[in-house]
Design a protein around this ligand. Sequence first.
Ligand code: NDP
Length: 329
Amino acid sequence: MSAQFQAYQIGKSDSGQRCSLTQLEDDDLMAGDVTVRVEYTTLNYKDGLALTGRSPIIRKFPLIPGIDFSGTVIESSHADFGEGDAVILNGFGVGEDHSGGYAQRARVSGDWLVPVPEGLDMRSAMAIGTAGYTAMLSVLALEDHGIGPDDGDLLVTGAVGGVGSIAVAVLGKLGYRVVATTGRMQEREFLLGLGATEVLERAEFAEKARPLGKERWRGAIDVAGGNTLANVLSQLSRSGAVAVCGLAESMSLPTTVAPFILRGVTAYGIDSVMAPLARRKLAWQRLAADLDLDLLDELCFDLDFHDLPQAAEDILDGKIRGRAVIKVP
Ligand code: NDP
């Protein structure tokens, strides 16, 4: 008999899309070779867009939203996973065109799953979530570029946000001199506590960039795009690199080729959704090793599963501080 479970489901009709908490059966899940009892999920900006319908994130209807989750395997025909395994899923279009984590059960391809690494539990995995994992992909890009802790200052933009805060915490623990930028200077002490050595006003990077500025940064992690990223590029030192992972300011990039052809700088694109499995596993293992888990408590708060619809509105309106961790009932 097909088991029943609770899920948020987004449907579409002539009057638009609608999200409701409903009772589903295993047969309602999409195809996949691993079924997971979802233990924890989280709320990302993208989930806010999906739940409210403010942006066309969902590409198949009806669909269970939620772009990341951790949970326990309850059934598997995939060679790498068996009953009882603790797993993490983020990306691969889950919560966009394949049903995701806002449900008691999920059925997915085992090729998308990462085992919860030693040192993390299912809750901490979701406290880190897609944002923290993206931060680690960015750190890996700078390390692969050959930038070590003694090579000079690193800049992290949007430092109070999800990606920025974990990037600051990881780089700080690894011994880098991290300069953080924020529009919320009242959070300066918080950023210093996380591991930043200096905190700058976001406004310093908001004006139109010159083709080349003073060389200030050996490397950078940028979540903003727009003028901020253009200024970062013009301030990177010779052969420096920036991990480009977001568009919090803008999708546009009003820059010139000068930093690339006159200083040999490199911009690495960070795509968390389709990153290859080996890279994902490495990122999660490194998070287990290089993130001070005590700091996570300061970075996240618990959100009730039933409060997700309101919280989705709140995250889009900029009313949420820190990362929401949701225990699925
Ligand atoms: P958050 O909303 O948590 O943080 C974004 C931060 O950006 C804000 O906290 C703020 O930092 C800063 N910011 C906001 N507006 C501006 C602005 N106008 N100019 C400069 N900085 C600004 O988001 P996340 O950290 O979760 O995600 C950051 C970005 O990365 C987003 O654009 C997101 O879409 C993207 N992303 C990309 C992924 C990928 O695969 N490449 C994966 C995950 C996220 P502060 O408060 O310190 O000023």
